[in-house]
Ligand binder design. Structure first.
Ligand SMILES: NC(=O)c1ccc[n+]([C@@H]2O[C@H](COP(=O)([O-])OP(=O)(O)OC[C@H]3O[C@@H](n4cnc5c(N)ncnc54)[C@H](O)[C@@H]3O)[C@@H](O)[C@H]2O)c1
Length: 255
């Protein structure tokens, strides 16, 4: 069987988890890892990568700091995009136009007007694509969808309590004059679009998935993080209430 030739764009916290899965598939001779792309050379260091992915094998893998150089010089069947949402620069459109299959981590952008051209390029070129909403594939979540499949949902609510930003380690290098002092990009609103976007997108997706519905309208209220914490910790609000109106008539709430 021909192995699927893949490239990984973004070798950070989540990218290394995907690289683990890809390395396991490589051990089973199902994929061939052709290239890694990351703008920061320290993230392409084999010793660093192997400290996270013990069975990673660099033989035959090409390294790039520029996406365009990779896609022009390496023949790949599929690309995994695992970069912060505000760092995308039409790479997904370019890959779709080249006929390359796409796995893209959520969210691919913080702006709808950037996402529509990506969807159009994917549809026009008919390339297989999927977004990183892995919870849909967990049995305990898919069972809820099965249970609700013959029911109409009038109201649904998810409550998420925890740290405003999850994942204490991020590998994107944020310059000293940008973002919070702790250098975790998810804590900065212009990088993450707020924690409700960066993390709450999963619960939002689950409520769409469970109700087999789409969102018609949104209202939101939130509480700002205290000003004296913003320089150090970031400027995401600390609490949110979001209501989604669903197309079939139900209401979904996320807190
Ligand atoms: N599905 C999930 O459960 C899940 C979990 C974690 C993260 N994510 C998503 O994955 C994405 C990446 O998050 P992360 O936690 O890995 O962050 P991270 O900062 O740890 O890693 C991002 C990596 O991308 C690299 N990068 C930045 N700009 C790039 C570019 N233009 N081209 C190539 N590489 C680039 C950075 O150097 C870094 O190594 C985010 O969109 C995040 O929301 C999804």
């Amino acid at each position: 069987m021909k192995k699927l030739g893949v490239a990984l764009v973004g070798v950070g916290q989540r990218g290394l988890q995907h690289l683990q899965a890809l390395s396991d598939l490589k051990d089973e001779e199902l994929v061939s890892i052709q290239a890694l792309v990351d703008p920061f050379k320290e993230n392409l260091d084999n010793n660093k990568i192997k400290s996270y992915v013990s069975n990673y094998d660099e033989k035959g893998v090409k390294y790039f700091t520029e996406f365009n150089e990779m896609i022009e010089s390496v023949d790949v069947d599929a690309i995994w995009f695992v970069i912060p949402p505000n760092q995308h620069k039409n790479e997904i459109i370019y890959a779709a136009e080249k006929g390359v299959a796409i796995f893209a981590e959520k969210p691919q952008s913080l702006f709808l007007d950037e996402v529509f051209p990506m969807a159009e390029a994917i549809e026009k070129n008919n390339v297989p694509s999927i977004c990183g909403f892995q919870m849909e594939y967990d049995t305990w979540y898919s069972k809820v969808r099965d249970y609700l499949s013959d029911k109409e949902v009038a109201s649904i609510m998810m409550v998420n309590c925890g740290a405003v930003e999850t994942h204490g380690v991020k590998h994107t290098v944020i310059s000293k004059n940008e973002g919070p002092q702790d250098r975790i990009w998810t804590a900065d609103r212009k990088w993450s679009g707020t924690s409700m976007v960066e993390a709450g997108i999963h619960q939002t997706d689950l409520m769409r998935f469970w109700t087999n519905d789409e969102i018609e309208w949104v209202t939101a209220n939130y509480v700002e993080r205290p000003m004296h914490l913003q320089d150090k910790e970031g400027n995401n609000p600390i609490a949110y209430h979001v209501s989604y109106g669903l197309k079939k008539g139900g209401i979904a709430n996320l807190t």
